[in-house]
Design a protein around this ligand. Sequence first.
Ligand SMILES: Cc1ncc(COP(=O)(O)O)c(C=O)c1O
Length: 388
Amino acid sequence: MILSRRIRATDAPPIPAARAWAARYDGRAGPALDLTQAVPGYPPPPALLAKLAEAAGSAASAGYGPIAGDAALREALAADASAFYRAAIPASAVAITAGCNLAFAMAMQVLAAEGEAVLVPTPWYFNHHMALTMQGVRTIPVPTRPEDGFVPDPARIAALLAEHKPRAVVLVTPNNPTGAIYPEAVIEQVAAACRTHGALLVLDETYRDFLPEDRIPPHRLFMDADWGEGLLHLYSFSKAYCVPGHRVGAVIAGPAVMTELEKAFDTFQICPPRPPQAALAWAIPTLAEWRDGNRALMAARAAFFRQAVSQLPGWRLDAIGTYFAFLRLPESAPDAMRAAEILAAEQGLMTLPGPFFGPGQDRHLRLAFANAEEPVLAQVPARLGAFT
Ligand SMILES: Cc1ncc(COP(=O)(O)O)c(C=O)c1O
């Protein structure tokens, strides 16, 4: 059987690989702890579940809908984003997608052709690299350093833009896997460099609802009258509303990009899932307070986790932010792939090893602390203690 060269070049899904190691765990250290996936560790509010059920049971939701999403959700997200970014974002600039991952893949169909390049800081979000490889697009890594808080250097990005002439630069802030929040000035300098070199800035702000109050708005790009010339923004409802299984994300883009995106929307999704769109259009204004409360909850969880692991000899907490901690292994531990396997198989602690997030990450593990409550997080140091 001859399968596509591009798909064979694409990495295998990391999370099942990491979970497979835990199949060998015999329970000796206590119950297995799964910190592999970025899922909110609390349920959606009952009123949202009721709205989802109601919408799923309606005949209206069973039919195909508009290619770029239902007007009510586009309008609600446009209003929410306008308030968040202190800008006037029209509903026509917002499109709803079947998840943010698909939004990224569709955006890349529009931006880059086979053989062209896209710059992505490392450590990167593995599905971004996978989507690019699948499409035959070259991912050019932009290394970041723990001593810089894993924030990329705009001057380095400008140099790589000049050298490789990529079609786009991808920034994820707050970042997966490090949790790093990129400073406003960095985002804006990268945006300016992209413009100079004719590349688009693709800004994945999936975790924006968990930013500390004093970092909102995280940038002023949408305040520019012609932001649509240089920016493509990505959003996910998965984390903020605890509905990852319903598959709803969004793109905010200017008219020229949106016209081309519609071709990808029609081909890949026909329309985004209808029932969650109806429920989320209701949720955006109604659950604003609940959503704000989750910011505080996540910050408390991060503080608890920081305190728990900072006592561990040998380990270094190189970064911690919304959802993720990026931990450096002690010198005596094996490299990350082997260390993650040992932790899963012998300690029942599932983490993702650094190499899943691109080149140069052999000494780090990502722990998605957001998906566990404090009693679970409290057990993590003892398990990591296998390597101190
Ligand atoms: C940065 C980033 N973008 C996109 C996604 C995927 O979002 P969705 O569930 O909307 O496809 C994730 C999920 O972990 C993510 O971390």
